[in-house]
Write a protein that binds this ligand. Sequence first.
Ligand SMILES: Nc1ncnc2c1ncn2[C@@H]1O[C@H](COP(=O)(O)OP(=O)(O)O)[C@@H](O)[C@H]1O
Ligand SMILES: [Mg+2]
Length: 265
Amino acid sequence: MTTTTDTTQPLVHAVNVTKAFHGNEVLKGIDMDVRKGEVVCLLGPSGSGKTTFLRCINQLETIDGGRIWVDGDLMGFDDRGGTLHHLTDRQVAAQRRDIGMVFQRFNLFPHMTAIQNVMEAPIQVKGGRKSQVKERALELLGSVGLADKCQAYPAQLSGGQQQRVAIARALAMEPKLMLFDEPTSALDPELVGEVLRVMRDLAKNGMTMIVVTHEMGFAREVADRVVFMDGGVVVEQGPPSEVIDNPQHQRTKTFLSRMRQEEQH
Ligand SMILES: Nc1ncnc2c1ncn2[C@@H]1O[C@H](COP(=O)(O)OP(=O)(O)O)[C@@H](O)[C@H]1O
Ligand SMILES: [Mg+2]
């Protein structure tokens, strides 16, 4: 599992991932494979470990046990004959560059315009030529429907526009994988659609995505697979038509009926 020549290997291969905070085990052995180009929606009640799992994939958290490979690379460690050695900060940073993450809160740099936000990482990290980076940033802002907002500061943009800038910013690093952590949860309802539309386009264009969301319509329409987590374990998974419309486990049924009640309010 160390070469990238095997085209059948999943882009994300997580095996028995565990993570505890102060003795509180939050991930209790998560196994998950995500194929290249696949869109996986991660559902589950608050506190089930969804955010923690995304943060472990992106190495914002160090896992306690198990292993995570992304595109054949073992995240965070060097496997020398079965013994794991921590990678250096520099090596970890290089691995993280291949993974884009979009959070619930947009986290844009407030003192930079939209285009400066999108250009920042490629210029800092890749040392790209400024004219090229700018051209790509314009293209990306265009692709999220914000060609006319390049010079706007975050405070001048709606939440939906800011989140679209945040997506363009993540894409500027040409990631292999995009992680979304409830990207529409902080938005006013009328702004949710414009962000989901951008995500739907990304999926259509073949991006591999793991999306934590409560948007059942999006999950049903865009996800290749839905994974339901509760209490730090994967309870069930499958195509949306099975997991959302015909869940097998009581915990999934309870969660989904609660979601439906909330949607009606
Ligand atoms: N940095 C942290 N320190 C201590 N506990 C944490 C930390 N991050 C998350 N937790 C705990 O881990 C559990 C899972 O949290 P989280 O991954 O955020 O769940 P979800 O995203 O599914 O709501 C929660 O009980 C939360 O309080
Ligand atoms: Mg969360």
